[in-house]
Design a binder for this molecule. Structure first.
Ligand code: FES
Ligand code: FES
Length: 180
């Protein structure tokens, strides 16, 4: 596993007081130790300290969903989440979806359905869809729309993305309820 230590430059040059915290967290199963200013958001740390640029930054204001990642399995807008709040937590980014040998079924289906045009929204869409299917493996069209309602797409009109999520759900076997 990767153990990455990264240190942001101190703000001493600008005259501001250094306010750096050490944070240990897991990203896509790999441990990271970073020393970061307390006001750094998670999306910036993922992209700049960890090199995980699949997570996009759009509005930087909790509006577009381009920065969506999973925090302990729950979707969050990482632009509006402080990285220091992730101490001891598990983050999953779009880079953590695919296996070494194959795309994740959601990735395969969104490509097959034509749900990717410019692609800027795609990582966030995939993370929201993944979180939805983890909790609701057989969503209705309406439930898919609600599950993706925090993600904006300027290109596709959404229909092909919703089709991709429905196709993924349809091809994924649902475990029967356990007896007793
Ligand atoms: S960049 Fe985070 S919601 Fe838009
Ligand atoms: S594919 Fe361009 S914003 Fe969604």
């Amino acid at each position: 596993m990767t153990d990455t230590t990264s240190t942001s430059p101190t703000p001493a040059a600008s005259g501001a007081a250094a306010d750096i915290n050490a944070v240990s967290l897991s990203v896509n199963g790999a441990p990271y130790n970073v020393a970061i200013a307390t006001d750094r958001n998670l999306s910036g740390v993922l992209r700049n300290e960890m090199g995980l640029t699949g997570t996009k930054e759009g509005c930087d204001d909790c509006e577009c969903g381009a920065c969506m990642v999973l925090l302990d399995g729950q979707p969050i807008n990482s632009c509006s989440y402080l990285a220091i709040q992730c101490q001891g937590r598990e983050i999953t980014t779009v880079e953590g979806l695919a296996s070494r040998d194959d795309l994740h079924p959601l990735q395969r289906n969104i490509l097959a359905a034509g749900g990717v045009q410019c692609g800027f929204c795609t990582p966030g869409m995939l993370m929201s869809a993944h979180a939805l299917l983890e909790t609701n493996p057989e969503p209705t069209q309406e439930e898919i729309r609600i599950g993706l309602s925090g993600n904006l797409c300027r290109c596709t009109g959404y229909a092909k993305i919703i089709e991709a999520v429905a196709n993924t759900a349809a091809e994924t076997p649902v475990a029967p309820p356990s007896a007793g």
